[in-house]
Design a protein around this ligand. Sequence first.
Ligand code: SF4
Ligand code: FES
Length: 258
Amino acid sequence: MSTPTLEKDPAGAPQDGGATAIEKITVTLRIRRYNPEVNPEPEWVDYQVETDPKERVLDVLHRVKWEQDGTLTFRRSCAHGICGSDAMRINGRNRLACKTLIKDVNPAKPITVEAIKGLPLLKDLVVDMEPFFQSYRDVMPFLITTGNEPTRERLQSSEDRERFDDTTKCILCAACTSSCPVFWTDGQYFGPAAIVNAHRFIFDSRDEGGEQRLEILNEKEGVWRCRTTFNCSEACPRGIEVTKAIQEVKRALITRRF
Ligand code: SF4
Ligand code: FES
């Protein structure tokens, strides 16, 4: 494998004194490829790509796919940190490829890119997300109310809204759940993302399904499996305090106050 090289792009030099120079570097993207129709085992493959260090890992992945190997498979949609579809392990850490700059992942060395862990690997960087979404559905991530429909909107104080503000930010990327060692060893565990989304409704003053959700999370594969390793909080690209949310659900289960 050749060593990554740093070089100035002559074409990127300032023109008529106005534009900023664009620095071009050549990076090695080391991608864990997997195609069960060709090889039953995943293998690491290196790609040399010229890029601007301020580009994102997603841009470089696109360049590999469009210019070197069209069979490279990965998910992405919005490219702006909103859809949650491009969570992957970059240099051994779960991140969104569209929110990770090349300059922040030590481009002087090969940048490793692989699928998130703990979910069945389908092809290259794509995993089967169904077990993840099943846990999400299991905690009933929607407003539950009883009685007649109100004739006006359901009001809530800003203090009450604040209680679950953090967990409304989840984009269901699975970076937290797939960084959790308990989830790796026991795929039955609901996982941090499902608990975050249960939290979002348990602590909503307008919702009446809190007790039901707490009972679901009180089960064997529920919230008590959490070992408070904080991997989830570190992995979350939205900065959600995932471990804190899990602790709040545990406390609500003990006190039944929420
Ligand atoms: S809590 Fe954060 S890491 Fe987990 S699924 Fe939601 S956005 Fe992704
Ligand atoms: S592509 Fe949508 S979050 Fe990255």
